[in-house]
Unconditional design. Structure first.
Lengths: 118, 118
DNA sequence: TCCTTAGTTCAAAAGTTATTGAACAATTGG
DNA sequence: CCAATTGTTCAATAACTTTTGAACTAAGGA
């Protein structure tokens, strides 16, 4: 860890909801949930927004306590803070992600390179 | 019904989350959930904001599909659209309300007149 | 009819969030 | 060391959201 993160009990419900109420960030969270356990770097989300703008949105997610960003070399490994969110707001993340999965209007991550992890 | 409401399938997840991501509106929703079945009029929420500002926030909730406002005489009866929200985003409203109930920082409704329904 | 009550609308001001590009830092591979 | 890769920061701007007060409408009661 390197960048400032709130502790679990500092996570605020209205802030989390407001942060998730943005299609770009909701798409990021949905993607992180789908690939849970696999830490992502920012470049994974470059088809959602520009590099600068991503930095902004990822900072919002981190500051709200939704994600954790670890500096590893020149990359950031981004993970969902699922345990902390589940503890703080039981059921919330699951229902948001389930709803987001059914949302055809949300921008998709990785529609260009569909798993070329060969 | 009199004012424009979205149909159930027009309710959008990011819009609902953004609308709930405001402490005033979240307090309104929490109160409506607690008093479910009892339709409220706007004046119930006057300790959260001014009359004009309440009109704005209640319109946001209605336009997002979170509440229904019916004109009855000179009043508006405001109800939670629980069935529509549960159908569209299962579990979401329950987890938001449960989390909001545990949030000490949210402004409270009716702290001045605690049930003077005599 | 007149007054009150309940709430809306409008336009302005204030505040906040999102987006951009250019410049910067830090790490890593050659 | 040099260059490329990854991502951040900064300042400016654009775009929204919230808040306000004054003016308004519509219904209901005296």
């Amino acid at each position: 860890m390197s960048l400032p993160h709130p502790t679990a009990d500092q996570i605020s419900l209205p802030i989390v909801l407001a942060v998730l109420g943005d299609p770009t960030r909701l798409s990021i969270v949905r993607y992180l949930a789908r690939k849970e356990g696999v830490p992502m770097n920012c470049s994974k989300f470059l088809d959602l927004a520009s590099k600068t703008n991503l930095s902004y949105h990822l900072a919002k997610l981190r500051e709200a306590g939704v994600t954790r960003s670890e500096a590893v070399g020149t990359s950031r490994l981004i993970t969902l803070r699922r345990a902390d969110l589940d503890k703080r707001f039981p059921g919330l993340l699951d229902s948001v992600i389930a709803a987001a999965d059914g949302d055809k209007d949300l921008p998709a991550v990785g529609t260009a390179d569909i798993e070329l992890s060969a």
